[in-house]
Design a protein around this ligand. Structure first.
Ligand code: TXA
Ligand code: MG
Length: 336
């Protein structure tokens, strides 16, 4: 099968992709966070195709994408009190809400669990496709499991060429990191994955929230967080500390066949240095991180050093992805 990239602005592209979704197939779709690998969320066989195509562990549940708040009701057995406030404020957008599932949702979507993850994406092509398909769309990030998520149509092409019929090209993803996953199925809302909506924004609205030990490998509540992830082929070491100190450390330890992920304002001249934004510009870092990790991968280096931002605001999600890419292989200069 040849994988065709279709322009998401062309209504004909949307209807071709909707035909595929309705007939139980898979297409790659743009969202404001990352590209997703979508299928009819109510079709168990189509959903099984997502797991097979990504090589995804069956214990890792999927996010269901809908186009309106009304579409949520049939998918859940109970609407928590905070739901409406959160949906009004952050949807469409990069926030995924976990609630108790209804019987309508096939069990492979939720990996056999009693809760379902739902969000309304902001990208107009994703919304058009959900409406044209007439069903909710289950979509994990459109990368083989363990690899960096795709933020451009060409990333999906290089990962899934020949495996899916269409990639709907909606341009570069605005946010560039996956959605924040917030569990509202229990009394106190809990962030299971930091993402495009920050914990400060959620706390400002909700008051009490809990944050899961998202980097812990022992039984995190969001199953996806336990796997090494976003990982280039070469081992990554995160160097933590003040950016001038970490830049010095990387320069001193850099070998010819090493590569480095650095802030624009601290980078040094070396063919294998890839930058992803200024040290305090978390929005730019989020938007460029996954593309930068892919560039580093293409260099076939033997080891990669990475600078990571302070864990404030969106910086928390950026640092989380870099630490996951490093499998928690950290040099902390701040502690010396
Ligand atoms: O921005 C995003 O969220 C993107 C776009 C395509 O929407 N999707 C995405 O999906 O990142 P994925 O499958 O790569 O990550 C979904 C995360 C995983 O960590 C998974 O374990 C968690 O959400 N998750 C899904 N359903 C869950 C549930 N019922 N309970 C706890 N965690 C859940
Ligand atoms: Mg993913």
């Amino acid at each position: 099968m040849e994988t065709i990239i279709l322009n998401a602005n062309d209504p004909e592209s949307i209807s071709r992709c909707a035909d595929v979704i309705r007939s139980g197939g898979l297409v790659a779709i743009p969202t404001e966070t990352v590209y997703g690998l979508g299928a009819n969320a109510l079709d168990e066989n189509a959903v099984a195709g997502i797991f097979a195509t990504k090589g995804r562990q069956p214990d890792n549940p999927l996010i269901v994408h809908v186009a309106s708040v009304d579409d949520v009701k049939p998918l859940v057995s109970f609407i928590p009190e905070v739901f409406e406030t959160l949906a009004n404020k952050f949807w469409p957008g990069p926030l995924t809400l976990i609630m108790k599932k209804s019987d309508l949702v096939p069990s492979n979507v939720t990996a056999g669990g009693h809760t379902v993850a739902i969000r309304i994406p902001e990208h107009s092509a994703a919304l058009s496709l959900i409406r044209a398909s007439g069903c909710p769309i289950a979509a994990p990030s459109a990368n083989p499991s363990g690899q960096p998520s795709p933020t451009k149509a060409i990333h999906v092409k290089s990962d899934l060429d020949g495996v899916i019929p269409y990639i709907l090209d909606g341009g570069d993803c605005r946010v560039g990191l996956e959605s924040t996953v917030l569990d509202i199925s229990e009394d106190v809302p809990r962030i299971l994955r930091p993402g495009g909506v920050t914990s400060d924004e959620l706390a400002a609205l909700l008051g009490a929230i809990e944050i899961d030990g998202t980097l812990s490998t022992d039984a995190p509540r969001s199953p996806g967080m336990k796997y090494r992830h976003y990982a280039p082929n070469a081992p990554v070491t995160v160097v933590l500390g003040a950016p001038d100190t970490t830049a010095d450390y990387i320069r001193e330890n850099m070998c010819a066949d090493f590569a480095a992920l650095m802030f624009d304002d601290y980078a040094f001249n070396h063919p294998n240095v890839v930058t992803y934004g200024d040290s305090t510009d978390y929005v730019a870092q989020a938007a460029h991180l996954f593309d930068a990790l892919r560039k580093l991968d293409d260099m076939n280096s033997t080891a990669i050093f990475a600078q990571a931002p302070h864990e404030n605001g969106l910086g928390r999600a950026v640092a989380n992805r870099i630490k996951k890419a490093a499998g928690n292989n950290i040099v902390d200069l701040g502690k010396k």
